[in-house]
Design a protein around this ligand. Structure first.
Ligand code: DX5
Ligand code: ZN
Length: 228
């Protein structure tokens, strides 16, 4: 019981958004060997956020490249229309945005009904009460620490207080729910987010775009968290 929310160590989830797509298989293998816990896949639809990225076909391809759990972050309007397609493509965790669903509890239940881990994500400017109310239905609470839509942005200052508010409810209600952060996570701010209560760290730019290579960057991030 509670293996999910009580990891022996922090979870690190490289975000493939910042990987080199001309050698995606190599980048994924490198972070898997360096100890990545999940692989984070950012799905964007050009409506909820301006950019377009991956659909189920690419998720299916990534599924064949790795045995790491695929953590699929749906930055799309009407996400419920696509749950089945992403589930079939091989997603392990499906994360929808609270801003895109009328009934977050129902959305989380329909993800769990497919046998997947259910996550809810919240943008930096969205009030937290409804998000906090839905926590008992979540396997993963994703606190956006930048405005969603692109990689390489700086961690927003207001984030630690929001992470703390989520952690407080998880502890008070003894929930089996990971508290994840996404956006601007690097070896400098990850310990700040950890101190505020995050246990799951999604990072794109700081893993895939910092020399000398993704494996070294992932280990540097892990080291910073272990020293925190
Ligand atoms: C942003 C995405 C993130 C992104 C994070 O909208 O949800 O997952 O890849 O990238 P970095 O770590 O570069 O901020
Ligand atoms: Zn993301």
């Amino acid at each position: 019981m509670r293996i999910w929310a009580r990891p022996r160590r922090n979870r690190i989830c490289p975000s493939v958004l910042s990987a080199d797509f001309s050698r995606l298989g190599d980048d994924i293998t490198a972070v898997a060997r360096a100890g990545a816990d999940f692989l984070h896949v950012d799905v964007m639809d050009g409506q909820f956020v301006p950019d377009l990225t991956f659909g189920p076909i690419l998720v299916r391809g990534m599924r064949r490249l790795t045995s790491l759990p695929l953590d699929v972050h749906l930055m799309i309007v009407e996400p419920l229309r696509y749950l089945e397609a992403f589930a079939e493509a091989g997603a392990d965790h499906l994360i929808v945005h609270i801003e895109t669903v009328k009934d977050p509890v129902q959305a989380l239940r329909s993800i769990r009904a497919r046998g997947l881990r259910a996550g809810l994500s919240v943008k930096p400017g969205t009030p937290l009460p409804a998000f906090l109310d839905a926590l008992p239905e979540m396997d993963l609470a994703l606190v956006m620490t930048v405005e969603p839509g692109k990689g390489g942005q700086p961690f927003l200052e207001g984030s630690p207080g929001r992470i703390q508010a989520v952690r407080e409810v998880v502890e008070r209600k003894s929930l089996d729910c990971l508290v994840a952060v996404d956006g601007g996570i690097d070896p400098e701010v990850a310990p700040v987010a950890a101190k505020a209560g995050a246990d799951t760290f999604i990072a794109g730019h700081s893993i895939f775009r910092i020399p000398p290579d993704p494996a070294t960057s992932l280990r540097t991030l892990r080291g910073a968290l272990e020293r925190a």
